[in-house]
Ligand binder design. Structure first.
Ligand SMILES: C[S@@+](CC[C@H](N)C(=O)[O-])C[C@H]1O[C@@H](n2cnc3c(N)ncnc32)[C@H](O)[C@@H]1O
Length: 343
């Protein structure tokens, strides 16, 4: 994700998906066993980015826990992300945002910079887990597709490689989290979801990004070898793929499925556009989201320095903005919400 506050400012879509999971997370916080008062409660936030979208769900869970255990039991909140994440912005967000839990003197924030495809905590350590819009990112790229920066949209053997990687990583993510959870611990996960037919709701936006990158190649802004390295290693899943690890009751991954839902998200930017007809404003929101979420992954394929990478992201954003302004369209995103319990 883009750092220096850019992701925080351009992730309203992710926040709107996570908002639907709040009652589920509240229920999870209310149900974990907390009898042993001699130890702190541990909450893990997997794939936190700059943290702003974590604050409302985590503050809600802490309020529920405070009602159960009183004001003085220590609660450790551990935000995790990749080592390259902007943890500086994360900690500034925790200390500075009004919806933060930082006002509770017995809540102790910390962070881990390590892939969530590895173990992040000792076994049976975490009471409550939250992960929003993160586990669609793969542990490795199965490879770039020749004509699409989104390899999961390719065909043939490469498409199969994405499918296999997507399945293996999902099972690995769940298995690692199951090991870290305490007995009776709970984990709530939000993920962007495809529909049952495997259609991506934002296909037009992905096309606009692809066309912009193609234009940069044609204009000589990026080199062929750089374009060939560009690949966004995500695998958004269909509902069937998301639920596949729980077909055996979740025994294979060590997590029981308590509830699941697959919901459509209101396109607030589109509703606003229908009211004011301001296509450039709509396009700025779409392009800002795309840049903050995917720009750094694409720019990492460049051989230039930070200035070259920023210039690439500027052009990417401008190209998407131009295309969306010319062809505004509604995007009805979907979110998968799973509530899981340790066996
Ligand atoms: C779209 S952001 C979601 C941020 C936030 N949870 C939200 O809901 O807005 C995805 C985050 O997952 C992180 N991520 C991707 N792959 C990861 C991995 N293997 N291990 C840990 N974090 C990862 C990214 O670095 C990024 O910060």
């Amino acid at each position: 994700m883009e750092g220096r506050g850019a992701y925080n400012l351009n992730s309203a879509l992710q926040a709107s998906g996570a908002a639907l999971a709040l009652p589920v997370f509240e229920q999870a916080a209310d149900s974990i066993p907390l009898e042993d008062a001699s130890r702190p409660i541990v909450i893990a936030d997997y794939g936190a980015s700059e943290g702003r979208n974590s604050l409302i769900p985590l503050s809600l869970a802490i309020r529920v826990l405070r009602k159960r255990v009183g004001p003085s039991r220590p609660i450790c909140v551990v935000h995790t992300d990749l080592p390259a994440n902007d943890f500086r912005s994360l900690f500034a967000t925790i200390e500075g945002e009004p919806e933060s839990y930082a006002g509770d003197a017995c809540v102790f924030p910390s962070a881990i910079g390590r892939s969530f495809y590895a173990a992040l905590f000792p076994n049976s350590f975490v009471d409550l887990g939250w992960s929003s819009y993160a586990a669609q990112w793969l542990s490795r790229s199965p490879g770039p597709a020749p004509n699409d920066i989104f390899g999961f949209r390719s065909a043939g053997p490469l498409r199969r490689a994405y499918f296999d990687q997507g399945r293996a990583d999902w099972e690995l993510f769940l298995t690692k989290r199951a090991a870290e959870l305490r007995a009776g611990g709970r984990l709530v996960i939000c993920l962007p979801s495809l529909d049952e037919a495997g259609q991506h709701p934002a296909a037009l936006l992905l096309d606009a990004a692809n066309a912009t990158v193609g234009e940069m190649l044609a204009d000589g802004v990026i080199a062929t070898y750089e374009r060939e390295r560009m690949c966004i290693a995500v695998y958004p899943r269909t509902p069937a793929e998301t639920l596949a690890p729980f077909a055996d009751g979740g025994l294979g991954v060590g997590l029981r499925l308590i509830s699941n839902s697959f919901s459509r998200l209101e396109d607030r930017a589109w509703i606003r556009y229908r009211e004011d007809g301001d296509a450039p404003a709509l396009a700025a929101k779409r392009a800002g989201f795309f840049r903050a979420t995917f720009g750094p992954a694409l720019a990492s394929a460049l051989s230039g320095d930070d200035i070259a990478r920023r210039d690439f992201c500027d052009r990417l954003e401008a190209g998407i903005r131009r295309r969306v302004t010319d062809q505004p369209a509604e995007i009805v995103n979907r979110v998968a919400i799973l509530s899981l319990a340790k066996y």
